[in-house]
Each structure stands twice: as C-alpha cells, then as structure tokens.
Design a binder for this molecule. Structure first.
Ligand code: IFM
Length: 464
C-alpha cells in the first residue's frame, strides 16, 4: 500500500477557518454503544444481520462495541479534551421504541437525556442523528424501507425524541446516508437488511427521503431548532475519455448522489428515463413538497472519489442491466479499507455542490470525514501510544481541502471527524479502525492516538 500524502506547509491564512466554524466528531449508536440487551432495547436489523453466519467479515457483533452506553462520560471527557464545539451521535430507534411503534421506552430516552446533559455541562452542543441505520426489526418484518408506512413510523419516533430532548438540542440530523441503505442494504445485500433487489431497491430511497421530510415537519412543529440531513457523496471520475465511461460516470452519479440530493435541495428527482423509469418508484402527490421543504444545513459525508467505467461484460452489474461499474484508481495511496486518498476531489465536490445547487443549497456541514488504518498500541493499553501518522496525513489534507473549498466559494460551516473512537464497522466488524481514540474491543479501554492530540491542536490553530 502506498503512503498517505505528507503534510504540506501551510500559511496562517489557510490554517485559520472563518469565525464561528464548528468543529466536532461523529459516531453512531449501533457502532459504539454496546449493551444491546440493556434498558429494554428492542432488536434492530443489524442485530439480526450480525447473527447471520458469514455476513460480518470477522463474525463479530456489537454487544460490546466501544462500550459507550456505559462509558459515555469518558467519551464526553475526550470530546472536551479536543475542544470540540459539537458532538454528532445517533439515537438508537430500538432503544426508544423497541418495536418501532407505540409509546416511548423510558429507559431508552433516559440514556440520551443523561448523554445530552453531560455534553451540555462540558460546553459541547449535542447534534443527534435520529436514524443511523438501526431500523427496529419489527418494522423490517413489515417490509422495512420498502414499505411507505415506515416513513410515518420514523416521524412518530422523531416526535417522541424531540418532545424529550428538544428543550436542550438546537441542531438535529434526520437520516444518515440513505444512499447506503438503498444501495448496500436493499440493492446489493452487503449491509442490513441484506436484500439483493438491485433496481427494485429504489422505493427505499424515496421512502427514506419521505421520512426525512416528515421528520423535518415534526421538528418544525415542536420549536425552532435547526434541522438537516446527512448524505454521503463521492466525486465520480470517469475511467477514461471514452463516451461509454463518461456516460457510466453520469449514470452512477445519478443513482448514488443526485437521487438523494436533488429532491432535498431542488424539490424534484432527476430525470430517470435513462433507467427506463418515468418517475421515482413510490412517489405520491405532495411528497416532494415535504422532502424539498427548506432545511437549515446540508450534511455531507465524504471519504473518497469513485472511478467509474462501462461495466465489463458478464459482470454482476451488467447482468442487472446497470450501465456503470466502479473500478480502482491506479497509483493512488489508499486507506486501510483500500479507499483512494485524493483530497483535491473533496474540494472539487464541495465547489460543485455550491455551483450546481446555488441558492437552494443551505450552509454545508461536513458531518463525516476520516480514514481507517490498521493501528497498533505500542506499550500497552492506557499507558500506551498509537502512532497513526497516516491518519494524520489524511485528516490534514482533507481539512485543507475544506478550507480550499471555502476559499473558492463553498459555504461550509462545520467539520465533524469520523470518528471519535474505534467502533463496530458494520459488515467489516472490528477490522477497520477509524477512531482518534483506540478501543480495546475485549475490555473497552481507550487509548488516545497521536491523531487525537493532532486534531486538538488543529482545532486550536483553526480558531487562530
Ligand atoms: O462507519 C461508517 C458510518 O456509519 C457511515 N459513514 C461511513 C463510515 C465509515 O465507513
């Protein structure tokens, strides 16, 4: 594997960020909390997925994860040590509504009450994501995101959470990365709930976006907090100048980026006739008004660009009638996941959003960015150290890329690093470490990595 780019010299003008820029870190409930049977929590699609042999690469589950349900005070102290303004965490739907419907489970809400109070006492603003992939299994049994009713269930759940925490939370995120749920969860089956419906997965995109719109309305009804959505985006890079590769990149852009961004930012789906569709499956009158209602910020998760080619003959995607195929970049450094490290494409993506969506685009918040590497503790847990130079290189270059995008006119107002601690990386189990803080997955012990001190100092220098 090639090395990550080295840290370039920076002048103070590009090191400091605009006044009021918000710094933070992000996590998700199922990936960090553990204690999956505590406090009356119900079962989610991820509990079922992790129990199914062969689906999680190391056969692990999230019963301990980063043990944050019990160690949340330690995590808030770590955030405080960074000087973070915000903490983006997610609320576990099956803790609040074990079966996804009906009254709230008091123990579930009480946990988030304690977490929010602990954050506020440390001077850190809580930024909860209402839905980060842990759909209650009972709702999946009723059709999951293929069922339009799930959108209304999410809005009810959002109401319960906002009724409880809304007196202290000023910024909400409705959904995390609906594209991944549709593409990996329902089209390819590599994530929960593990369906392989290919283009048949499209209604799940619409139903999630409808859930976003209904949740925005539920939050607006209850006060004046800010609300946004988190979409993951990637810059599509055609594999060559050949028209077929150019077309492939455009088609993948439509399915991965634009069907999730356009309805929220333009109140309309892009033209899907190239896929033989007259309209988005599942769309009903009035839906786009809800989905396109103004939001206060647009959350972007960015990790890497994607190189796209015409599908090879006989490939799975070609067999499914899809006109694109992601292919590897050549001679580019990669993360532990094998993801290409090309920070300049982050700038390009952010600037393209500002250009393409114009006045319809509210301020952008980077709600995730980070990298996994195979870190090792030297010298033993707690007293030990983790020298994660490659992560520092990745972060430094990507934060500089955000700064460059601001310079070029993109209105980016915050950056949340993924992730505060190592965690359960979905179908990759515990094989990919993204944290600023190393976690021993046997004991839950935390060891700040070199990147933790680096990020603390970077935040301080950004403030000037
Ligand atoms: O861990 C995930 C997170 O849950 C969603 N965004 C990407 C991260 C890294 O894969």
């Amino acid at each position: 594997m090639a090395d990550a780019p080295t840290t370039p010299d920076r002048s103070p003008e590009t090191t400091t960020f605009p006044r009021g820029f918000r710094w933070g870190a992000a996590t998700a409930a199922f990936q960090i909390e553990g204690s999956t049977s505590e406090g009356g929590r119900g079962e989610s699609i991820w509990d079922v997925f992790t129990r199914t042999p062969g689906l999680v690469i190391d056969g692990s589950n999230a019963e301990l994860a980063a043990d944050s349900y019990r160690r949340y005070r330690d995590d808030v102290a770590l955030l405080s040590g960074l000087g973070a303004d915000d903490y983006r965490f997610s609320i576990s739907w099956p803790r609040v509504q074990p079966g996804g419907t009906g009254p709230a489970n008091e123990a579930g809400l009480a946990y988030y009450d304690r977490l929010v109070d602990e954050l506020l006492a440390a001077g850190i603003a809580p930024v909860p994501t209402l839905y980060h992939w842990d759909l209650p299994q009972e709702l999946e049994a009723a059709g999951g995101w293929l069922n339009r009713d799930t959108a209304y269930r999410l809005a009810d759940y959002a109401g319960l959470v906002v009724d409880r925490l809304g007196d202290r939370v000023q910024r909400w995120i409705t959904l995390n990365e609906p594209a991944m749920t549709t593409l990996q969860g329902y089209a390819l089956g590599s994530q929960a709930p593990g369906h392989t419906l290919m283009m048949g997965a499209l209604p799940t995109a619409h139903h999630q976006l409808l859930a976003h719109g209904l949740a925005v309305a539920a939050i607006r009804e209850r006060g004046d907090a800010e609300v946004g959505i988190t979409n993951n985006h990637t810059l599509m890079v055609p594999a060559s100048d050949a028209p077929a590769d150019q077309f492939a990149a455009g088609a993948f852009d439509l399915i991965y980026n634009r069907i999730f961004a356009d309805p929220v930012l333009r109140g309309a789906y892009p033209d899907l006739s190239g896929f033989g569709l007259e309209a988005m499956p599942g769309l009903e009158p009035g839906d786009l008004e809800l989905i396109g209602a103004p939001i206060d910020f647009y959350g972007i998760n960015f990790y890497n660009p994607t190189r796209v080619a015409e599908p090879a003959e006989g490939s799975e995607l070609a067999a499914a009638g899809l006109p694109f195929e992601p292919v590897e970049f050549e001679n580019v450094p990669t993360t532990g996941f094998g993801w290409p490290i090309m920070p300049e494409t982050f700038t390009e993506l952010l600037v393209s959003f500002a250009r393409d969506y114009g006045d319809r685009l509210p301020p952008i918040v980077i709600t995730e960015n980070g990298a996994s590497f195979p870190d090792e503790v030297v010298g033993g847990a707690v007293t030990g150290a983790v020298h994660d130079e490659r992560r520092i290189g990745y972060l430094d270059a990507h934060i500089a890329a955000v700064r460059a995008a601001i310079e070029q006119g993109a209105d980016v107002q915050g950056y949340y690093l993924w992730s505060l601690t190592d965690n359960f990386e979905w179908a990759e189990g515990y094989t990919q470490r993204f944290g600023l803080v190393h976690v021993d997955f046997e004991t839950g012990e935390r060891t700040p990595k070199d990147s933790y001190a680096w990020y603390r100092d970077r935040i301080a220098s950004a403030r000037g």
